[in-house]
Design a protein. Structure first.
Length: 202
């Protein structure tokens, strides 16, 4: 009888151990520096590609791709890579990025760098988000929506969005939600930019 109870207790305990092993996860990380091949230790943005590669925006050496083993330059030899990259996103195979003091640029699949958007009255390009064909560009004193197909601004410096500071962006099936210090907004799948409360009140 005692042996039977001990066997049952042992079975229960071993079951609990396997349950905790199943639910527990072990995370590990590796500190990657210039000793591993990173051109600069100062990085400012990251973006994962569909194939698992990591695009790394640096503070002065442009964009580097890391495949888990090696670093490769995204920009072709001879192209301008002197950028303080603050944001990276993708549309198809094209890489779009914000260069803090210079504007928005595109790197095509051959590594050629092209200027996409720049204005003299903008001081600090902070981030870029791609949604369908649209690019959402946040700066220190404005907010822009740029159509990558027509290469035209859809919205810019809307009066309620002057000095807008976007704190978070949430992608949904219905559109992009922007949480800001001056209210929250929704860019819908039909290309409307409206206050979030108005979207939910319809």
């Amino acid at each position: 009888m005692i042996i039977k109870r001990l066997l049952i207790l042992l079975a229960v305990l071993s079951g609990l151990v396997s349950i905790t092993d199943g639910f527990g996860q072990i995370y590990s990380y590796k500190n990657i520096t210039h000793r591993n091949g990173l051109p600069l230790n100062s990085t400012s943005s990251l973006k994962e590609k569909k194939d698992g590669g990591i695009l790394i925006g640096t503070q002065g050496a442009g964009i580097i791709e890391y495949d888990g083993y090696n670093f490769t330059e995204v920009v072709a030899h001879g192209e301008d890579n002197r950028h303080f990259v603050t944001g990276i996103d993708l549309i198809g195979n094209d890489i779009y990025f914000t260069s803090r003091y210079r504007g928005v640029f595109k790197v095509d699949e051959h590594g050629k760098v092209m200027s996409v958007f720049s204005r003299k009255d903008i001081r600090d390009y902070q981030n870029i988000i791609a949604y369908n064909q649209y690019l959402f560009i946040t700066t220190s004193n404005a907010f822009f929506i740029f159509d990558s197909k027509s290469k035209k601004e859809v919205h810019h410096n809307l009066p309620p969005l002057q000095e807008l500071h976007v704190t978070q962006t949430i992608a949904t099936e219905q559109g992009l939600i922007f949480l800001t210090r001056k209210g929250h907004y929704m860019f819908t799948s039909t290309a409307q930019f409206i206050p979030l409360f108005r979207y939910f009140s319809n």
